[in-house]
Design a protein around this ligand. Structure first.
Ligand SMILES: Cc1cc2nc3c(=O)[nH]c(=O)nc-3n(C[C@H](O)[C@H](O)[C@H](O)COP(=O)(O)OP(=O)(O)OC[C@H]3O[C@@H](n4cnc5c(N)ncnc54)[C@H](O)[C@@H]3O)c2cc1C
Length: 219
């Protein structure tokens, strides 16, 4: 199967969601834009995953009512609610004629022929390609340790990771957790674990958390 688009965005994260909104503001025509994402849901506000998403249900709902936030569950935090813009649900993409190809990885790109090959075996051609593949968490295996697939090992990068972490916190209330990483995400994650009544130890190489953000670094 082969499909053609004027614009193709590889990656269905924060940048893709915000770009889609801008494309519609500039008047992109139906059928011109396609987003290919290996995640199974439409673009969402990834920062929510280490914040509201990890809070116990009662606190999450209370905050949502008190501050009139959408609840930190999809479809509540699809882009672009983080910027007080429209919430781009799957239906929004349909109504604007934007093709969302989800759960599909771009395996290779031939930039001379302007052709992509996806994990479902589909060939997709484009006139303009936007690469918005973001970043990823370092896997244990990359630092010489095995065990990423263990039930009690969680990463925090995408919705599937955060959902697994919520499940684990539910099963292990009162238990011990170790957070590897002392940057923003590690700190937010540790705070959420504490709120979920876990005992938390953090491991990071510097002498304090968020070392890179010390005021001295600004000079
Ligand atoms: C837990 C967490 C909390 C954060 N909190 C904050 C915060 O408070 N403030 C802040 O400013 N930033 C925060 N960030 C960072 C912010 O989320 C990122 O800067 C932002 O998501 C980057 O957007 P992006 O679209 O470039 O990449 P991403 O949002 O990572 O999206 C990339 C997408 O591309 C997909 N993809 C990758 N390769 C392929 C491929 N070959 N084929 C198809 N799809 C592919 C990925 O699955 C993903 O869906 C946080 C990040 C995380 C993980």
């Amino acid at each position: 199967m082969e499909r053609s688009f004027v614009y193709v965005i590889i990656g269905g994260g924060v940048a893709a969601g915000y770009a889609a909104l801008e494309f519609t503001k500039k008047g992109v025509s139906h059928g011109e834009l396609c987003i290919i994402s290996d995640e199974s849901v439409a673009p969402y506000e990834r920062p929510a995953l280490s914040k509201g998403f990890l809070l116990p249900e009662g606190i999450r709902l209370e905050l949502s009512v008190a501050f009139s936030f959408p609840p930190a569950r999809l479809p509540g935090f699809h882009t672009c609610v983080g910027a007080n813009e429209e919430k781009l649900t799957p239906n929004w993409y349909k109504e604007h004629g934007i093709e969302l190809i989800l759960g599909t990885r771009v395996e290779s790109a031939d930039v001379r022929r302007k052709t992509l090959l996806t994990s479902t075996g589909e060939t997709i051609t484009y006139k303009f390609l936007i690469i918005a593949t973001g970043a990823r968490a370092t896997r244990l295996e990359e630092i010489g340790i095995t065990g990423s697939d263990a039930e009690n090992v969680c990463y925090l990068r995408d919705l599937a990771d955060a959902t697994k972490l919520v499940t684990m916190m539910g099963k292990c209330t009162g238990g011990n957790a170790i957070v590897i990483g002392g940057g923003y995400i590690g700190i937010e994650c540790a705070a959420s674990l504490v709120i979920n009544k876990m005992h938390v130890s953090m491991v990071f190489p510097g002498s304090y958390c968020s070392k890179h953000f010390q005021p001295s670094c600004l000079h």
